[in-house]
Design a protein around this ligand. Sequence first.
Ligand SMILES: [Zn+2]
Length: 242
Amino acid sequence: MKKIIILLSLFAAWPQAAALQDQVWKAPAKRADAVRALLVTGGHDHDLDFYSVFDDPAIQTLVNPHPLAFSGDMRKRYDVVVLYDMLKSLEEPRRKNLRAFVESGKGVVVLHNGIGDSVDWPWWYEEVVGGRYLFEPVNGKASSYRHDEPQTISVALDHPITKGLGTFRIWDETYKDLWISPQVKVLLRSDNATSDGPVAWISPYAKSRVVYIQLGHDRNANLNPNYQQLVRNAIRWAAGKI
Ligand SMILES: [Zn+2]
């Protein structure tokens, strides 16, 4: 009798087992309205933890290093370009593709070393980013950096990007003597003496939403929940979602 019961229960489970075999595992879906972000890398090595910053159901991130990331028309596939690269000069026609993307109203988030991009392209650093790293002295002064600086970051402007952020501590690289446009709106400030002070801002560029975030050198920033929130907010704001 016991054997019959075991056999019967095996037959009962059979259709279920067959159905399971037909299923293919799929990754958890991103939100239907997720921002399509193109993350451009190259020129600044980074911990693997860097990618955890973008691991968010509201952001679908594809990574492509420079300069190939700018090789085609970026407008159809992406809502926002996130620059974590450092490409001092971008040649035509890649420059043309980036400009078409920005002029079409798509978002731009420049992170950390991205302030060293296209330093020979005044339209880019004056109008779009509102800042530039001075690799060579201008009026006798070049930009400089210092690694591993403890600092307190405070909110300078109430804005969707700073929403949910209070004053926070971070261990990160500082930049000093950047050229910063007087027209930017400063979002966050650092108290560290080796920093210029402003560490996140919105550019005055009118055709699209552009954010610069100076923080983000290594895993001390990448795994800092405040930094993660800041970058995710910036991407969503640049896409017009918040
Ligand atoms: Zn760095």
